[in-house]
Structures are given as C-alpha cells and as structure tokens.
Design a protein around this ligand. Sequence first.
Ligand code: AMP
Length: 283
Amino acid sequence: MCKIFSEINSIKEEINSSKKEGLIIGFVPTMGAIHAGHESLMQKARSECDKVVVSIFVNPVQFGPDEDFDKYPRQSENDIRICERNNVDIVFIPDIKEMYPEGKESLTKITIPDTFQNILCGKTRPGHFNGVATVVLKLFNIISPDKAYFGQKDAQQLIIIKKTVRDLNLPVEIVGCPTIRDKDGLALSSRNVCLSNDERKKAVTIFGMLKKIESDRKSGINLTSQLIDNALPLLHPDVKLEYFEAVDMNTLKRTDVLQKDTLIAVAAKIGNVRLIDNLMILD
Ligand code: AMP
C-alpha cells in the first residue's frame, strides 16, 4: 500500500526518517491523469531507488490565463491505484493552498534565461518554464530526492530542469526516460483523453512526420531544413502546427545540420488539444 500525504510537514517527516536509514529516494513529479508514460518513470525509479515518491499536482503557476488549467484531467483515485500497482511507496497530493499559501501572485519564482524559454513551447507559453522550474524546485526541497525522473517527451522541460539543477547546484540527479507511445505511435499524454476518435487519427500524423525524418536521416539527408520540409506534407491538414524545429539539446539554439544532440521538436493543436512530440538524436 502507498502512503498518501497532502501536507508538506508530514511528508517531510516521513522522508527524513527514510533518509536517516540511508535509503535512496527516487522522485517522479506528475500532474496526474497517470498513464503508461508516467508508469515507465515509476518503474525506472523503482529499479534504481529504495523509496519511490510520486507527486500529483496540477500546478497553476505553469498555465497561462487562456490555457486548459480548469479542463486538465483530474482522476486522483485512479492515479493512486496505478501508483500502488507500480509499488510506489509514497504519493504526495497537495492542494493549491498547501503549495502556495500566500497565493501565486506574490510567489518568489525561478527565472529561466530567455535563450532557453523564448523558443519552442516557451514562445507561445510565456512564463511556463518559470512556473515549471519553480514548482519542481519547491518539490525537490520538500522531498529531497537523490534522483528525479523526467520524460524525454517534454524535452524542453527536461533540458531546463537539468540546467536549473546545474546552475543552482541542487543535490539531485536528473534521469531522462524515453517517450512511451501507443501502438499507433502517438506519444502518451494526459491530454490524449480529450481527443475524439477522429482527432486521434489525425494526431498520429505528428508521429508520422518524426518517422519520416528518421527514415530520411537513414538515407543520408542531414540538413534540418530539408528533413523538415520533406516531413511537413505528412501532417494532416486539420492539425495546426505551432512549431517544428531542430535545435541543439544543450543550448536550445537552432541547428542547420542534424547531428548528435539534435532535438527535432514539434507542437501542434488538434481542435483545442495541444500536443507535443520530438525526436532526439542521441548517437
Ligand atoms: P505530466 O504529468 O504531463 O507533467 O508528466 C509527468 C512526467 O511524465 C514528465 O516528466 C513527463 O515528461 C513524463 N511523461 C509524460 N508523458 C510521457 C510519455 N509518453 N513517455 C514518457 N514520459 C512521459
């Protein structure tokens, strides 16, 4: 059985006693609506750590005023069952008042440098990554994990969290985990439940573009503009592209040539649902 905590003081006490025993704490931050992508992070944490902590918190500070904070799927009972199935030790489900007792307006925030947030998702979601880094730092301070697990699906988030940890000398190791996909290739996302059957079929064409890049790359094309131009026609016309870009994973600067550490990232809207996906060149 998982132990469930909603108060910061109580979870801190619990974790302190594990730390005193010298146990390694693994942490998986989530916004809930848990799916097999989240489960893969739990399983990786389970295989590497003594205690696995999962947080479920839909963080208002990372949503813009016109975004889907109110509509974001919430299903905490089911989420807890899935955590139990994955042998998670501790689930942390704070409410907004517990996390932001003085209100989010007067909150002290982390500021991510412009070069890391004025690109890709940051372009259309101003302040989003400041909100993400702030809540993640708060959660790190509450949970004191030795290792924290993040999905490569949210590539810009992973890159920014790694940078924050380096820049601020946080005593935690960040572990990036591969993107888990449905059988048809669609990257798992909590927002997929908001897609109709028809929209889902159209959404799969995002993955189609990434597959095309992979196959063109194998046939020797390495100019990112050419790879992207060849892939674009595969996107269903009802899918509204927000960006489709190649950047260097370490700097998030645009790159003309596909090589090791290139990230090809895409964001698109199907109806009101915004989805992201990417291809990481790791070798
Ligand atoms: P979220 O609940 O969407 O904030 O995601 C929580 C964590 O799960 C983040 O580190 C995500 O990158 C990760 N995640 C979400 N979807 C996937 C996926 N399809 N495969 C692997 N990790 C994922």
